[in-house]
Design a protein around this ligand. Structure first.
Ligand code: MV4
Length: 488
């Protein structure tokens, strides 16, 4: 478990984040990059770099053989997968092991176990974690589904065991819809995931998405670092995350955290992971899925608990014992993250690749920006459209929202549209400010994003670098559908 050199099988801000953590632990780094990322900062800041192929992820960041070859030529002894791409690919983790390269993450068996959503649910139920009422394991046929649906009550939801993150789901409001839906959902799952198996659950109406950050070492220690409320989502893409959740009470928080830790203990979980819960307005909570990777939104937990999750992840991989005590792990700050994407909120959040002509990022106390873009950088169309994560912390939620508003006002991106004006509107929204929101927030308040006029809310930066209030320039960019495989 000796690690001296880490290959980072990823790009963008997470690759930079991992490089920084390695540097502080005295580990050498190897960047891999596609031809589209030749001028990316992870390439510049790593100790070594290897070009692994053309822009499409399938021919570069997703190609096992090219990544293993890069690790072999550079003599890397470990691979950090980041998030997206190969982070939750059990076969890849297995190939790493068989090549004598340490996969920085859980064991292939743990990844596989949690990747099968029905199996993950069974494991959690056995660990005493509350799960959403429904089938025990897969439902083999429409006929088998009926009595279960009648027992838990309609509406029910069919989910593909190989799905997750909103893919392969179908809501059925009555028996007729269940019959039709079963065959459609199963066929779609077979096509999308090469696995037609489904399980069934009662629908939790307008749920909150609250997830707990976990870590386990190889010495039998398991801890949680509280929760993240990720209910502000659009089409299963998170846009804003915060901790602590304005929904939970200390009592429920403690119970959920303990349940999550028991879930991790049950599988002897190694490394960082996240247990996702659905929570209703009465604070009933149910296990939904477990993510066996570091997540995009991990910085809010780092800021809240004053820890370094990537360094801890590397320490666990090196076989070190974590020296926390759960009682000492207390949330210290109210933290909010806004994802700044190269998307046009006025055009259905369409990704808009192009050149960042000028950029100014906010700073000051309690402001953190994780990004890998710079002035003159061309946002490629092949990958995820996230440009930056703006993270602010303050002693209270109210102060954090205020700090976020000012930080957003200072955040200037010229050349391509971003989600900054959208976030400004949310920070001003009375229901968000009151902490009254669930996963239906953006559906219910459609008006927020629909008519956002960029020219009225954004400050732009002149090429000279001098601040000025002027209308946002309309740029002539031809948006293409991104091949997005680095998304969470
Ligand atoms: C649900 C649900 C309601 N009831 N399951 C969406 C993502 C995938 N991980 C599971 N999802 C949901 N599962 C039951 N039984 C509602 C959702 C859901 C959702 C969950 C979390 C965050 C945002 C969401 C948006 C729509 C639906």
């Amino acid at each position: 478990m000796l690690i001296t050199k880490v290959l980072i099988a990823n790009r963008g801000e997470i690759a930079l984040r991992i490089i920084r953590a390695c540097r502080e632990l005295g580990l050498k780094t190897v960047a891999v990059y596609s031809e589209a990322d030749r001028h990316a900062l992870h390439v510049r800041f790593a100790d070594e770099d290897v070009c692994i192929g053309p822009p499409p992820p399938g021919e570069s960041y997703l190609d096992f053989r090219r990544i293993i070859a890069a690790a072999e030529v550079s003599n890397a002894d470990a691979i950090h997968p980041g998030y997206g791409f190969l982070a939750e690919n059990a076969d890849f983790a297995e190939v790493c092991e068989s090549c004598g390269i340490q996969f920085i993450g859980p064991t292939p068996d743990q990844i596989r176990r949690m990747g099968d959503k029905a199996n993950a649910k069974k494991t959690m139920r056995e660990a005493g974690v509350p799960v959403i009422p429904g089938s025990e394991g897969i439902v083999a046929s429409f006929e088998d589904a009926i009595p279960i649906a009648e027992e838990v009550g309609y509406p029910v939801i069919l989910k593909a065991v190989a799905g997750g993150g909103g893919k392969g789901m179908r809501i059925c409001r009555d028996r007729a819809e269940l019959e039709r839906g079963f065959h459609i959902c199963s066929t779609e799952a077979g096509n999308a995931f090469s696995n037609p198996d489904l399980y069934l659950e009662k629908v939790i109406i307008d749920p909150h998405h609250v997830e707990f950050q976990l870590i386990g070492d190889t010495h039998g220690n398991y801890y949680h670092f509280g929760e993240r409320d990720c209910s502000i989502q659009r089409r299963h893409q998170k846009l804003i995350e915060e901790t602590p959740s304005p929904l939970l009470t200390d009592e429920v928080r403690k119970k959920m955290g303990e349940a999550a830790v028991e879930g991790a203990r049950k599988v002897g979980y190694r490394g960082v992971g996240t247990i996702e819960f659905l929570v209703d307005d009465d604070l009933n909570y149910y296990f939904m899925e477990m993510n066996t990777r570091i997540q995009v939104e991990h910085p809010i937990t780092e800021e809240c608990y004053e820890i370094d999750l990537i360094q801890d992840q590397l320490r666990v991989a090196m076989g070190e014992e974590l020296k926390y005590t759960q009682e000492d792990l207390k949330p210290k700050w109210a933290v909010i993250e806004c994802r700044i994407n190269a998307e046009d909120p006025t055009k259905d959040f369409r990704p808009v690749p192009g050149e960042i002509q000028a950029i100014h990022v906010p700073g000051g106390p309690g402001v953190r920006v994780d990004k890998a873009v710079y002035a003159g950088y061309h946002v490629p169309p092949y990958y995820d459209s996230m440009l930056a994560k703006l993270i602010v912390r303050a002693r209270t939620r109210e102060k954090a929202i205020n700090r976020m508003k000012y930080a957003l006002r200072e955040f200037i991106v010229q050349g391509i549209p971003t989600t900054i004006p959208f976030h400004q509107k949310i920070m001003e929204h009375p229901e968000f400010v009151a902490g009254n929101y669930n996963t239906s927030f953006l559906e219910v308040h459609k008006d927020i994003m629909g008519d956002t006029d960029l020219s009225k809310v954004s400050v732009t930066l002149k090429r000279s670098g001098e601040n000025s209030l002027k209308e946002t320039k309309k740029t002539d960019t031809t948006p293409r559908e991104a091949v997005t495989t680095d998304k969470e």
